[in-house]
Every structure is written in C-alpha cells, then in structure tokens.
Design a protein around this ligand. Structure first.
Ligand SMILES: NC(=O)c1ccc[n+]([C@@H]2O[C@H](COP(=O)([O-])OP(=O)(O)OC[C@H]3O[C@@H](n4cnc5c(N)ncnc54)[C@H](O)[C@@H]3O)[C@@H](O)[C@H]2O)c1
Length: 242
C-alpha cells in the first residue's frame, strides 16, 4: 500500500486505505449511480463488503433513509450498527418488494442497489425456478435480488447494479421500461473514484475498517479465503499481514 494513500486515512490507516481499492469504490460507485437527492430512500440488496459500502456511501451522498436487505444476522447487525441503516431480513417477509412498499408509504425506494449478483439465495418460487434451471444447465444466474430491486423501485427511480451477472432469465425488462427506471451498472471505476474516497477518508467521513472481521498471517491466507468464501465465523473480509 503506497504510504501517501495510508497517510491520508487518519482514522483507519493502512487498513482503511486497503479497502479504498476494493469494496469502497464499488459501493461508492453504486450510490453515485443513484443521483441521490437530500432525503432520498435507498434500498440495498446485500450486506457484504460491497453492499455495506454502498449503504454508507448513500448516506454520505445525502440519503435520508437506507434500507439494507440480507438474511445473515451478523451482516444485518453491521448494517444497523456501523452504517445506521434500517434492516430487512428477506427470510422474514413474504415479499421483499411488498415489505419495501410498506416501509416507504406505498411508493417504493427512490433508488435500489443490487449488491448481491448471480449467486443470490432466496425463499420464493422464483428462486426455486432459478435453482432447477441451474441444475439443468439451462441458464446460469440466480437473479432474485436483481428482479426484486427492479420490481420494488419507485416509478422514475434508479436501479443500480453492482452484482456480477452473466445470462439472466426472467429479467423484468417490461417493469423497467414501464416505470421509466434508469438502469446503471459497471465494473467499478476504481481510479476515477479514489480521489473522492481519499477526501472522505481524510475528513474522517469514511472508515471502512469495520469490514475487516478477520486478521491473519499471510501463511493463513488459504484458510482465510475459504472462510471468506463460505462466510464462516461471520467472515466478511480477511486481512493478511506478511
Ligand atoms: N461491479 C463491480 O465492479 C464489482 C466489484 C466487486 C464485487 N462485485 C460483485 O458485487 C457482489 C457483492 O460482492 P460482496 O463481496 O459484497 O459479496 P458477498 O458474497 O460477501 O455478499 C453478498 C451478500 O448478499 C446476500 N444475499 C444473497 N442473496 C440475497 C438476496 N436474495 N437478497 C438480499 N441479500 C442477499 C448474502 O447473504 C451476502 O451477505 C458480487 O456479485 C460481486 O461479484 C462487483
């Protein structure tokens, strides 16, 4: 990590700087895509590193409310305690779009960010359909979060897709068209966002060090990666020190 970057992260030092090249620019870009106006409500599917950073960035950009959606209690707790988001456990409701509609007085969130991607879990028929088709090699992606985000978003709102996808079946293009949603997506533009992220870090407005749930030696990296992959022991990100 270049010294000049770490030296501009007074609250988190090297570790804060480390995440400015990973989850932070992705989440920040996802919030930036949403053209947030003061007081907007932003819903974020996924409370991994990317989702949590999108939630934090949405507040930085003026959102009045951020609603974080996941099923893992330790991640929802992070969204609540470290970000200040309202949380929604998707396994506890019949329909996420309906729950969001209720939480937003019938309107739907102003912007919806998908920080889940093609490996979404789910509870409903749509997820079962994806699983069966995946087993039959008939299509590749489990797109529950993406579909829900499109359906939940208010008319004229923004659908910001950070999750990685290949081929998506049952993509609700009609919903996007008829509601006039703006669809934004990209692989993160790390270099473009780094100067703004450094400014936020320097001002003490963005400290992503809470993402580092595990610290290990470099020799333990295979174990750390396995924990990260399987989300064991609440692992969100493991940091390895040589
Ligand atoms: N666009 C980019 O440049 C870029 C960069 C980095 C990562 N990504 C992608 O962003 C996505 C998230 O990355 P991450 O590191 O945070 O992943 P992660 O696996 O740590 O987090 C994903 C979270 O989504 C939750 N989830 C699963 N199904 C859900 C559903 N139906 N509704 C709500 N939440 C659900 C999981 O429980 C998990 O907490 C991945 O697809 C990753 O490949 C994109």
């Amino acid at each position: 990590m270049p010294m000049w970057i770490a030296s501009r992260c007074p609250t988190g030092g090297d570790e804060a700087a480390l995440f400015l090249s990973n989850a932070a620019p992705t989440g920040y870009m996802g919030a930036d895509f949403c053209n947030i106006r003061p007081g907007d409500t932003v819903a974020v599917w996924g409370c991994g590193g990317v989702g949590l950073m999108a939630q934090k960035s949405a507040f930085l950009m003026g959102a009045g409310r951020v609603i974080a959606i996941d099923r893992l209690p330790e991640r929802l707790a992070m969204a609540r305690d470290h970000v200040g988001a309202e949380v929604l456990d998707y396994t506890k409701v019949d329909s996420v779009p309906e729950a969001l509609k209720e939480m937003t007085y019938g309107r739907g969130p102003d912007a919806c960010i998908d920080a889940v991607g093609m490996e979404a879990h789910g509870t409903g028929l749509g997820h079962a359909y994806d699983l069966v088709k995946q087993q039959l090699f008939a299509h590749t992606d489990r797109a529950t979060a993406l579909r829900e985000a499109a359906v939940a978003c208010r008319k004229g709102g923004v659908l910001s897709v950070l999750g990685v996808y290949g081929v998506v079946d049952k993509f609700p293009m009609g919903v996007i068209m008829n509601k006039g949603l703006t669809l934004r997506t990209a692989q993160q533009h790390g270099q473009a966002y780094l100067p703004r992220l450094l400014e936020h870090a320097q001002e003490g407005e963005l400290d992503p060090t809470f993402l580092a749930t595990h610290r290990m030696s470099l020799e333990d990296a295979p174990r750390g990666y396995e924990m990260f992959k399987t989300k064991q022991d609440g692992c969100l990100r493991a940091v390895f020190t040589p």
